[in-house]
Design a protein around this ligand. Sequence first.
Ligand code: PRT
Ligand code: ZN
Length: 304
Amino acid sequence: MMQEKKYTPLSEISGGNATTAKLRIAIQKSGRLYDDSVKLLNECGIELRNVKDRLKTESDTFPMEVFFLRDDDIPQYVEDGVADIGIVGENVLFEKNKQATIVEKLGFGKCRLSIAIPKADVYSGIKSLDGKRIATSYPFLVQQFLNTNNIQGEVHEISGSVEIAPGIGLADVVVDLVSSGSTLFMNGLKEVETILQSQSVLIKNNKLNKEQELLLDKLLFRIKAVKKAKRNKYILMNAPNDRLKEIIALLPGMKSPTVLPLAESGWSSVHSVLNEDEFWEKIEQLKAAGAEGILVVPIEKMVM
Ligand code: PRT
Ligand code: ZN
């Protein structure tokens, strides 16, 4: 359960030289961020060669070298410039407190770092944490939170299964990552305060050279197109010509909707793009305005 994990020696993975026109990215070797990180690279047209059980690999479709690391080590590698960029959770980035810049929020690996106490305990605000023993894998962030709120607490760092600490008498309170909340629930704990909202981010070394910055711009352009496409849907519908004006007014489109005549006279086919935030509302309005046979299609990339 509380397993020790080793820091991979730099010599095992570096080997490259910092001035080659190649972007070296550090991603998680295995764990919750691995699949989404590789998927994002793939969606950006970056295919990785033979990723299984490797410390590093290359891409044949983008000048990129990929290092597979423990997520905890990624901020350090990026600060040191052993990797130029990395994908890591904000929780780890802020806990490690390394010098690296966030260039893009990636929208996956969402979770929150929260304070939880035994279900039966009464919580009467932050001040009730005074003098408590707090178990966490995030000692830096917890101490920062305590200092900011002027609370005295005993921070006990443990590297895994933090949620069992109150049950075995190791702590009164825990601070741990939460997503669905079921781990806390199953361990008889309740969430009382959130210290940090977190998601995966793309980070960069602060001293990239010009060529590396150019490659990063190229990658960012692709990431933004992929992210934008995920937030939008392509829709096609049939519209009676006498209500076209009303229907078109409802549609944003990238410039304006595409309108094509249908074989059946008096009808047109209207194509447009809808944002997920307004999607269902718009569909209802379009139906009310006389649109029929509405088709919704996912978009792979959206280049503006
Ligand atoms: O081996 P390595 O060090 O790389 O991996 P790891 O074991 O440290 O991390 P991993 O793979 O578990 O998580 C990687 C990152 O995923 C974290 O740093 C977060 O940025 C993000 N993430 C998102 C989460 C969760 N959601 C999450 N729920 N990381 C951990 N959890 C754990 C949490 O610690 C708790 O034990 O899941 C449990 C709570 O989940 P719920 O759904 O029951 O609330
Ligand atoms: Zn980790």
